[in-house]
Design a protein around this ligand. Structure first.
Ligand code: TIU
Length: 225
């Protein structure tokens, strides 16, 4: 047991760090760098950059505690057989999923754009979950990995707040996980969606979870018994 209390909203969250995992959602070049999927959808990708530093600090603190760290990547098979037409047939036709951009084929596994940014790159032994959808539980083995490791609480970071982070937190709730979201470790192309997305998680007494920040999470780790 390694218990601590994280300052959070709607209230302090007591967690056992031995049954807690860090899940970092889709910190891929495709979302954070120009020329990838995020930009192909008409977004200003520079807005996501400010989540990288806080995310790196929580990652470092989690590794120091030997916590389970899991990374996810949104993307598809090279033949796009797992990419629904309804998802592919969106946006500018010259920049759709599978078309060639400056970082390789957009949102396709194995391409440079699909990989995780250098600052948060997975270490050997840290599971990387390749997911075809927005939620990290859909069509992946994430739930099995967490169950087999005895995980009860997730610290969920990544991009984007109101899309893949939110979908994953909702999926996690229905599977019985307690979710803590450090807001500054998440980012959105829409600042107002980021804010409202975080408010939605902690509203109604924490309907989907608890919202905190990187400093409070790292401080709580340091206080763990
Ligand atoms: N477009 C957008 O905001 N997000 C995604 O498409 N995927 C993730 O959030 N990872």
């Amino acid at each position: 047991m390694s218990r601590t209390v994280v300052a959070a909203e709607p209230g302090p969250l007591e967690v056992d760090l031995d049954t807690t995992a860090l899940v970092i959602i889709d910190m891929q070049r495709d979302f954070l760098m120009p020329g990838g999927f995020g930009e192909s959808l008409g977004n200003d990708v520079s807005l996501l950059g400010k989540a990288v530093g806080p995310c790196a600090r929580v990652l470092e603190a989690s590794r120091a505690r030997k916590m389970l760290v899991i990374h996810t990547r949104e993307g598809h098979r090279p033949d796009l057989s797992d990419a629904p037409r309804a998802k592919v047939e969106r946006g500018d036709p010259s920049m759709r999923i599978g078309t060639v951009g400056p970082m390789g084929r957009i949102l396709v596994r194995g391409e440079a754009g699909h990989d995780i940014i250098r600052e948060l790159y997975p270490r050997d032994g840290e599971p990387v979950i390749d997911k075809p959808g927005k939620g990290a539980f859909y069509a992946t083995d994430l739930h099995s990995i967490l169950q087999n490791a005895g995980v009860e609480t997730l610290i969920v970071c990544g991009v984007t707040t109101e899309v893949c982070v939110h979908t994953t937190v909702r999926e996690a709730n229905d599977r019985g996980y307690r979710c803590l979201v450090p807001g500054d470790c998440c980012g959105s192309y829409f600042p107002e969606f980021h804010e409202v997305g975080l408010r939605m998680i902690k509203a109604q007494g924490g309907i989907f979870g608890w919202v905190s920040d990187s400093t409070k999470v790292v401080e709580a780790f340091a206080r763990a018994s």
